[in-house]
Design a binder for this molecule. Structure first.
Ligand code: FAD
Length: 342
């Protein structure tokens, strides 16, 4: 039997329709991978129905993005753009990339807002106390050493003008360790947006951004760790569809000398590692760079100042602090809706 052209066209349309239905009814594929970056690890999970979204291809692109952030902002790489600025002992302007400009500008904005609790020029102090690329000091620095190094710090001595970075003191050294990891997360998220991936979770060293929730309207669930160095246990579980979460604390990166704990977070006022009862700060925000920076700034402030700052700025914040009876929590009103059943 001969089929008419119209019948053949109908069969083709029916087949195409079927193929379309099959591809639409497919549940999204979960793609996960991890790797190393910035002296720590990263992990990415995406859900996608698009057959063009292939794990190896996405990971290759993610690695390129992360290499770029490292090459721009690492103080651990003497060749990075930031290290070149730090080695440039001059008050002459230096042209910088748009990425570096964005991160320095955000760092300076949050420094102003937090009255210097966040200070991206504390690098020499971080190094003096043995937490940067340099080795740990054999003994606590003397008052003279501290004062000499503090002369070289102060975010007010740094500015960005016409895509150029300028320091008022040629010895100024910029350390973006507290903010560039978050920026790296945001750049990977931007890449996934460009690839038209609608549901993803990106994490670098504990700083996370999530987008679009999970399939079947499920939310992304994330754990906030208990602030102890002896085990990895969960303090709280939070859940959300979109947003970024960053945590700062002194329970992982510290050392003890003569029974005293030295944290890697420096109070720019004293020039020394923070000494108070606050042990962990978690901040939920729209972007990871801001969450990361605020988490450190709140940590520097200490419990009471951090609480009032969070209230004043209506921030979603969870603090864990030490009392004589163990650990206590504070959650701002904006944070409470994020809590999930454990
Ligand atoms: P956060 O709380 O996010 O930041 C704390 C860090 O910020 C401190 O360690 C200090 O550097 C700085 N800081 C302290 N006090 C203040 C303050 N008052 N204001 C502002 N900043 C402050 N580590 C390696 O060991 N090897 C590497 O090769 C390496 N490469 C890196 C490359 C990049 C681009 C970045 C951003 C970091 C890199 N690191 C590397 C650093 C490592 O990942 C850090 O430990 C990390 O960035 C600090 O993050 P955190 O979450 O532990 O603490």
């Amino acid at each position: 039997m001969m089929l008419s052209k119209l019948s053949i066209a109908k069969i083709w349309l029916a087949l195409l329709g079927l193929a379309f239905l099959v591809s639409c009814s497919d549940s999204p594929e979960k793609i996960s991978f991890s790797g190393k970056t910035m002296g720590t690890t990263y992990s990415v999970t995406v859900y996608s129905k698009d057959p063009r979204h292939n794990k190896e291809e996405i990971q290759k692109k993610v690695d390129i993005v992360l290499k770029r952030v490292n090459a721009q902002m690492s103080t651990y790489d003497p060749e990075s753009e930031l290290s070149q600025f730090n080695q440039f002992k001059s008050t002459q302007p230096m042209v910088i990339s748009r990425d570096l400009e964005r991160v320095v500008n955000r760092g300076l904005e949050i420094a102003e807002e937090t009255e210097g609790a966040l200070d991206i020029t504390v690098g020499p102090l971080v190094n003096l106390w043995g937490f940067g690329p340099q080795a740990r000091p054999e003994k606590e620095p003397s008052e003279e050493e501290l004062n000499a190094v503090r002369e070289k710090t102060g975010y007010q001595k740094l500015r960005v003008e016409n895509h150029q970075l300028i320091k008022d003191n040629p010895e100024l050294y910029v350390d973006l360790s507290t903010i560039a990891k978050g920026y790296g997360v945001d750049r990977v998220a931007h890449l996934l947006d460009q690839l038209r991936i609608k549901q993803y979770l990106v994490e670098i060293g504990g700083e996370v951004i999530a987008k679009g929730g999970k399939p079947d309207e499920a939310l992304w669930r994330l754990a906030i760790e208990k602030p102890v160095s002896t085990e990895r246990a969960v303090q709280r579980v939070v859940q959300f569809k979109d947003g970024a979460l960053a945590t700062s604390g002194d329970y992982r990166n510290y050392y003890e000398e003569d029974g005293k704990r030295y944290s890697h977070i420096i109070d720019p006022v004293t020039g020394a590692p923070v000494q108070h009862n606050l042990v962990s700060t978690s901040v939920y925000a729209e972007d990871t760079m801001s969450a990361d920076a605020y988490a450190t700034a709140l940590f520097v402030m200490g419990t009471e100042k951090a609480k009032s700052f969070a209230k004043k700025h209506n921030m979603a914040v969870m603090l864990i602090y030490k009392t004589d009876d163990g650990f206590e929590e504070y959650m701002s009103e904006a944070f409470k809706p994020l809590l999930a059943e454990q």
